[in-house]
Design a protein around this ligand. Structure first.
Ligand SMILES: NC(=O)c1ccc[n+]([C@@H]2O[C@H](COP(=O)([O-])OP(=O)(O)OC[C@H]3O[C@@H](n4cnc5c(N)ncnc54)[C@H](OP(=O)(O)O)[C@@H]3O)[C@@H](O)[C@H]2O)c1
Length: 336
C-alpha cells in the first residue's frame, strides 16, 4: 500500500515536471467586482505567437478603464474573460520575439498599448503584437513610459484623427488634468490651436503647465460662460458635462466623446458633428508621440507609483478619476 502511494507521488511529480514550465507573478481576478478581488499569483509565463513580442515589464500603466472592465459590466461588449489579468499599458524590454517579428529584437526598450480584451499588463511579463508597440522614448524612465500609451493614443486619435484640429481653431478639453488631458492639451497646441481646459481648483496651475491658454475651474465656474463657439470639444467627463457641451460647439464643429455615447439628436440640433471614440492600439502613432516627448514638446507626469503587489490600491486610486497625471505600477527596479 505504502509502495503504491509512493509510486503515485513519483508519477505525479514526473507529470508536473513535464507540464509545468516557467512562471511569473501576475495580478489576477477570478471574479468581476472591485479592485479588492485582485490577487498576486504565480501563473505560466506567456509565450509569443509569430507576430508577438514578450515584454519583460518594468512598469505598467493603471487606467480607470481597467476598473470599468473589472466590474464585469462590459464583459460581453469587450470580450473579457475570467481569470483575467488587467492592464493595457506596458513599458519594458523585449525578452523574446515571435518568428515573424521584424521591428524589434531582444533587449529593445519598448512601450505598448496591448489590445482589448487581451490585457495582461499587471504582470512581470506581457505579450504585445508587433504593431502595438514602439521603441520607448529615450528621455523617459520605464515608469514614465508606462503612463503614456493608451491615454496618449486617445488624445492623438481625438485631436488629430477625428477632429483634425487646424491652426487657429479653438479646442476645449473637458477633464484635462488626468492622463488624456496631459496629452490632448499639448497635441492640440502643437497643431496650432487655442486650448481651453477644465479641472478642479487644485489643478488650475497644472492645466497651465500642460500648455492650456485658458484654465477653467469646474468647481467655481460654468465652462459655457467662458468657452463659446469652440471648434472642438474633447470630452473626458461625460454625463452632465457632455450634455452641456453640445451648445458651445460652433456649427460644423465636432465633439469627440470619450465617456458614454454622443447623442445624434443633440448633434443634429446644433448642426455639429460628433464621434464616440474607442481608442485603438497603433505602434506607428506611439512612435510619433515618442518623438514629441523626446523633443520636450509633450511632458509626462506620473502622479504616483505603486509596487505591482499593490495593484488593487493603485486601481482604487485611478478609479477616483482625480489623479494629476498617471498612476503607474512599478513591476521591477529600473535598469541602471
Ligand atoms: N473612449 C476611449 O477610448 C477612452 C480612452 C481613454 C480614456 N477614456 C475615458 O476618458 C476619461 C478620462 O480619462 P483619463 O485617463 O484622463 O482620466 P483621469 O486620469 O482619471 O482624469 C480625469 C480628469 O477629469 C477631471 N474631472 C473630474 N470631474 C470633472 C468635471 N466634472 N469637470 C471637468 N473635469 C473633471 C479630473 O480633474 P480633477 O481631479 O481636478 O477633478 C481629472 O483631470 C475616463 O473616464 C476614461 O475611462 C476613454
Amino acid at each position: 500500500m505504502k509502495l503504491a502511494v509512493l509510486l503515485a507521488a513519483l508519477i505525479a511529480a514526473a507529470i508536473h515536471a513535464q507540464t509545468s514550465g516557467p512562471t511569473m507573478k501576475a495580478i489576477v481576478a477570478h471574479q468581476w467586482d472591485g479592485p479588492e478581488v485582485l490577487k498576486v499569483e504565480e501563473v505560466p509565463l506567456p509565450q509569443p505567437k509569430e507576430n508577438e513580442i514578450l515584454i519583460k515589464s518594468f512598469a505598467a500603466g493603471v487606467n480607470s478603464f481597467d476598473g470599468t472592465l473589472l466590474s464585469g459590466k462590459y464583459a460581453k461588449v469587450f470580450g473579457t474573460q475570467l481569470p483575467w489579468i488587467p492592464g493595457y499599458d506596458v513599458a519594458g524590454t523585449v525578452e523574446k520575439v515571435g518568428a515573424n517579428v521584424k521591428k524589434f529584437k531582444t533587449g529593445d526598450p519598448v512601450y505598448a498599448f496591448i489590445s482589448i480584451p487581451n490585457g495582461g499588463g499587471y504582470a512581470e511579463y506581457a505579450l504585445a503584437k508587433e504593431n502595438q508597440a514602439a521603441l520607448k522614448p529615450a528621455t523617459l524612465t520605464f515608469a514614465e513610459a508606462a503612463g503614456v500609451p493608451s491615454v496618449a493614443l486617445t488624445a492623438w486619435q481625438s485631436v488629430v484623427d477625428k477632429a483634425n484640429v487646424q491652426p487657429g481653431q479653438t479646442v476645449l478639453v473637458q477633464g484635462a488634468s488626468g492622463g488624456v488631458g496631459m496629452f490632448a492639451i499639448p497635441i492640440a497646441k502643437i497643431r496650432g490651436a487655442r486650448v481651453l481646459a477644465t479641472a478642479s481648483t487644485a489643478n488650475q496651475d497644472f492645466l497651465k503647465q500642460l500648455g492650456a491658454d485658458v484654465a477653467i475651474d469646474y468647481k467655481t465656474q460654468k465652462f459655457e460662460d467662458i468657452a463659446k463657439d469652440v471648434d472642438v470639444v474633447v470630452d473626458g467627463v461625460g454625463g452632465e458635462t457632455l450634455k452641456r457641451s453640445y451648445p458651445i460647439v460652433k456649427k460644423g464643429g465636432i465633439l469627440v466623446g470619450l465617456v458614454g455615447r454622443v447623442d445624434q439628436a443633440e448633434l443634429d440640433k446644433y448642426g455639429i458633428r460628433g464621434v464616440s471614440l474607442e481608442a485603438e492600439y497603433n505602434g506607428d502613432q506611439l512612435a510619433e508621440i515618442g518623438k514629441l516627448i523626446d523633443a520636450k514638446k509633450v511632458k509626462v507626469v506620473v502622479a504616483e507609483t505603486f509596487p505591482l503587489a499593490d495593484a488593487a490600491k493603485a486601481l482604487a486610486k485611478a478609479n477616483t478619476g482625480h489623479a494629476r497625471g498617471k498612476i503607474v505600477l512599478k513591476v521591477r527596479d529600473e535598469p541602471k
